[in-house]
Each structure stands twice: as structure tokens, then as C-alpha cells.
Design a protein around this ligand. Structure first.
Ligand code: AVI
Length: 319
């Protein structure tokens, strides 16, 4: 009876399977979503405040500066569907700017975090109907079927999280979002733009070592949850640019020839071999247009900062 198995056990088994398969692959890799246990989420919050990590503060400034135009784009009495419930700062900015939003639907896999975020927002916006949905927004999901039908639905996907999806995953996401929002739906998506590596790489390899801790925390998580034997002193963080993919990649680099036990398995690492733990794609506006167009979306607004580091894009449907 699948519905009697607690979600955290289903998650643990999915984690185990991803670690087993990912570390048995010729090029070792792990899906980046496993970076976000409690400690990983805390470290990510810390990253967003680092001097080198420009995306969060740049996007927030764009949302503040362009609040009126964004509100005009969304229209009155909108139903806002947010993919991933963040710490709430950007959400609050957008909800405060919009003309009388009717319903807010945050979607997140972490149910307790979602409830907390929803409770915080309802203190600030007591008149707003909040309908949290606990689900993995990269998978098939259903929105509550009693959401108002007449109001415009706005998909909100800030933070450049879309950059952490492969091209195929991003296309699937855009396609599913069309399904959730209906033919009149619009979207507001935060996209980190291509830029010189002198600016980009330090954002993923900061001087204080917070990103390194965030990356290597994944090995600590394997040790704790899957009886792993990673020696953290024998792995290092690396951020590198992959020009073919147009992405900054995070890797955990083995500093020695070594064998690591994980549960009953033994995983061999050569010195210098890496585990690829995350890709963070950087788009040109043209490349993002093309991606969106392939799934029936047109980027009709692009709000950016004066250095063109980051873009908040407004999307409407073409078909
Ligand atoms: C959540 N995501 C958009 C972040 C990014 O920039 O790709 C995750 C991150 N990884 C390292 N630093 C931040």
C-alpha cells in the first residue's frame, strides 16, 4: 500500500537509488536536488547573501524596480502559482506589487517548509487565499481543481532555478506549466544570463568557502542517510565552466585514489576523478527565447539590471 509509506522513506529510497546509479556511472554524477537537506538549505540561504553571489540580490532589485510593470503584465485578481516556495522575500515583493491577487499556490516537495512559508505570508497578506501544494514541481502534478477559473493564472519561477534543469527537463517544465496555467496563463521566470567567467565562477566558488561546504554537504548527507564512508578531507569542491552546455558545474573532486563504502557497496575513485553534483545553466536572452518558443511560450517582457547580469522574463503563450 504505497500511500501508507511515509514520504521521507520514499525519498530515502529514491536517494539511495540515485546514489547507487550515479556513482556506478562512468562519469559519476548526482542529481542536484539532493543538495537540499536541512543543512544544505541553510547553506544555500547563506550563499544568497555572499558578496560574490549576485543572482539573488540582482533579481530582487529587478523585482523591486519593475514592480509596476510586472503588476501591469500580470493584471488584476491573479492566481499566482509559485514553483518552489522560497524564503518568501521575492514572493512577498510580487504579491505586494500585484493588483489585488486572489490566490497564491506555492508548490514545494518540503511540506513542513511550505506550511511555514505559507503561514508567514498569510500574516503579511491576511486577505490572500493561500493553497499550498506539496509536490515535486519537476514531476507531473495536479493543482487543486477548485481554483478560480476566471482569474489570470501566473506561473512564478524565480531564482534561476530553471538553470538547474537540463534542456529536456526545462522543456518538460515549460510544457507542464502551460497545462497548469491554461491557455490564458502567463509566467514570470528568473533567468541568470551569460556573462564573463571572471564574474561567474567566483559566484560558485566564494572566498568564504560556503559554496564548497554546500557542495560537500552532499557527501555528509550520504554518510548520514545511506551509511556512507566518505572522508570529507579527501574531497574538494570545484566550480567549472562547461562551454558546450553553457553551464557552471559543481564537482566534488577526489584528492586521492580511494575506495568508499556506501551501505553494502564499494565505490572506487581515482585521484582527480569527480562527482558532478550540479549544473547551473546561463542563458542568453535569444537562447531562452528559443527554449520557450519550443514549448509554445513567447518572452514578451524582459526586465534586467544595468549590468545585464540577470533577467526577469515575462512569458505569454503563443498557441
Ligand atoms: C538554486 N540555484 C538557482 C542555485 C544556482 O545558482 O544554480 C544553486 C547554487 N549552487 C551553487 N550556488 C548556488
Amino acid at each position: 500500500m504505497l500511500d501508507r509509506v511515509p514520504l521521507h522513506e520514499i525519498q530515502r529510497e529514491a536517494f539511495r537509488a540515485d546514489v547507487r546509479d550515479g556513482l556506478a556511472a562512468p562519469a559519476k554524477r548526482l542529481p542536484s536536488r539532493w543538495l537540499y537537506d536541512d543543512r544544505g538549505s541553510e547553506l544555500f540561504e547563506e550563499i544568497t547573501r555572499l558578496p560574490e553571489y549576485y543572482p539573488t540580490r540582482t533579481e530582487t532589485r529587478i523585482l523591486e524596480a519593475r514592480a509596476e510593470e510586472i503588476a501591469a503584465f500580470c493584471g488584476p485578481r491573479a492566481t499566482v502559482v509559485e514553483y518552489g516556495a522560497g524564503a518568501g522575500v521575492k514572493t512577498a515583493l510580487v504579491l505586494a506589487a500585484l493588483d489585488n491577487p486572489a490566490v497564491y499556490v506555492p508548490i514545494d516537495i518540503a511540506g513542513d517548509f511550505l506550511e511555514l512559508a505559507a503561514a508567514r505570508l498569510s500574516e503579511r497578506f491576511p486577505w490572500l487565499e493561500i493553497r499550498p501544494v506539496t509536490a515535486d514541481f519537476t514531476a507531473e502534478l495536479d493543482l487543486p481543481d477548485d481554483l478560480p477559473r476566471l482569474n489570470a493564472r501566473i506561473g512564478f519561477f524565480p531564482g534561476s532555478t530553471i538553470g538547474n534543469l537540463s534542456e529536456g527537463e526545462a522543456r518538460t517544465f515549460l510544457r507542464r506549466m502551460r497545462g497548469h496555467l491554461g491557455s490564458q496563463g502567463k509566467a514570470i521566470i528568473g533567468v541568470d544570463l551569460r556573462k564573463d567567467l571572471g564574474r561567474l565562477l567566483p559566484a560558485y566558488d566564494d572566498a568564504a568557502g560556503v559554496t564548497a561546504a554546500f557542495n560537500l554537504n552532499l557527501l555528509t548527507r550520504i554518510n548520514r542517510e545511506l551509511e556512507g564512508g566518505f572522508d570529507l578531507a579527501r574531497f574538494a569542491h570545484e566550480a567549472r565552466w562547461n562551454d558546450v552546455e553553457g553551464a557552471v558545474e559543481m564537482h566534488a573532486v577526489s584528492l586521492a585514489d580511494q575506495t568508499v563504502a556506501i551501505g553494502g557497496d564499494l565505490v572506487a575513485f581515482a585521484r582527480g576523478e569527480t562527482i558532478h553534483t550540479e549544473s547551473s545553466r546561463k542563458y542568453s536572452p535569444e537562447a531562452f527565447d528559443a527554449l520557450a518558443a519550443a514549448e509554445g511560450w513567447a518572452v514578451t517582457r524582459l526586465w534586467t539590471d544595468e549590468d545585464r547580469l540577470f533577467a526577469v522574463m515575462g512569458l505569454e503563450q503563443t498557441a
